[in-house]
Design a protein around this ligand. Structure first.
Ligand SMILES: [Zn+2]
Length: 305
């Protein structure tokens, strides 16, 4: 099975603590790595989890609060010492690109790779990355400052050939790719063998949405509708709902409500306030609304297939 998983490098809010690092995740799609947010200490967790700098070429920053990007200058500097070549693209709001560029031009003049800045505009819905198997798109979140979420979508997969039918109709190898893509097969005598007789359905394509930081907002559920796995921030428990709203954050119950409204299969909650010595209360409150909730934790890998 092709690999599609998310690695949690940090899932605390605001400041590093003894329990949690600030926000950072790495999506591994068929051995290409995509970092989402880059809180302080991200590069250390990256190493602890055995991830490879040489496979990391895209970094997505949700918003310009320090706990989501203070790890970036250090990470990029280290990558400069690790034979990373080609380019690394940082997808980020305009002011973040300006600040990062200034910083990197000063500290990292001799970087062996180019840093490309892809400017995300506030409120934008756009495909910011695409390759043969995957797209990454932005959608707006609702925080105290412009903030964007990201959806990783696997492209439709190929249909499975039926070996018996391929043999029976003596289909040449050169025709197989088109049939996997859905084409019918035309025999030498002009007879058409429909694709449905030659193949079985493709495996479903899966998707992953990252929603941090944001207050609860139904527009988020609408934007991520039908996604398989959702990561949603759950900074607080029920008793802190008022504070969550004031700070542009969500409670665990609200995160679960968005996952339910979106019709998701699974929810990962994170961005935990440092006030909790255990996140069990958050898990409990979210689980009252949504059946399949996972507590994020540093070092956790979740298979998205
Ligand atoms: Zn924030």
């Amino acid at each position: 099975m092709a690999k599609f998983q998310v690695n949690i490098l940090g899932c605390g809010s605001a400041t590093p603590t003894a329990r949690h690092q600030p926000s950072c995740q790495v999506v591994d799609f068929r051995d290409k790595l995509f970092m989402i947010d880059c809180g302080e200490g991200a590069q250390l967790q990256f190493r602890r989890m055995g991830l490879k700098f040489s496979r990391l070429n895209h970094i997505f920053i949700s918003h310009l609060h320090g706990d989501h990007l203070f790890g970036l200058p250090g990470l990029l500097s280290t990558m400069g010492l690790h034979e990373v070549s080609g380019s690394v693209t940082v997808h980020i709001f305009r002011e973040g690109a300006r600040l990062m560029k200034e910083w990197m031009d000063f500290f990292n003049r001799n970087s062996p790779f180019d840093i490309v800045y892809d400017v995300i505009e506030e409120g934008e819905r756009r495909i910011v990355y695409e390759d043969g198997g995957l797209t990454v798109e932005t959608f707006p979140l609702y925080h105290r400052t412009p903030c964007t979420g990201f959806i990783f979508r696997e492209k439709p997969k190929l249909r499975h050939l039926r070996g018996d039918m391929v043999k029976f109709h003596s289909i040449p190898i050169a025709s197989l790719q088109a049939i996997k893509e859905g084409a019918d097969f035309v025999k030498d005598d002009g007879r058409v063998i429909p694709n449905a007789a030659l193949t079985t359905a493709a495996d479903p394509s899966v998707s992953y949405a990252y929603c941090s930081d944001t207050m609860m907002d139904s527009r988020v559920a609408a934007d991520i509708r039908g996604v398989d796995t959702v990561y949603h921030e759950a900074t607080y428990d029920d008793s802190m709902a008022q504070r969550a709203r004031e700070r542009g954050h969500s409670t665990a119950r609200e995160a679960a409500t968005i996952a339910r409204e979106a019709g998701a299969r699974r929810l990962i909650i994170g961005h935990f306030s440092k006030r909790y010595n255990s996140e069990e209360i958050l898990l409990r409150e979210a689980s009252e609304v949504f059946p399949d909730v996972i507590l994020a934790n540093e070092g956790l890998r979740v298979d998205l297939e």
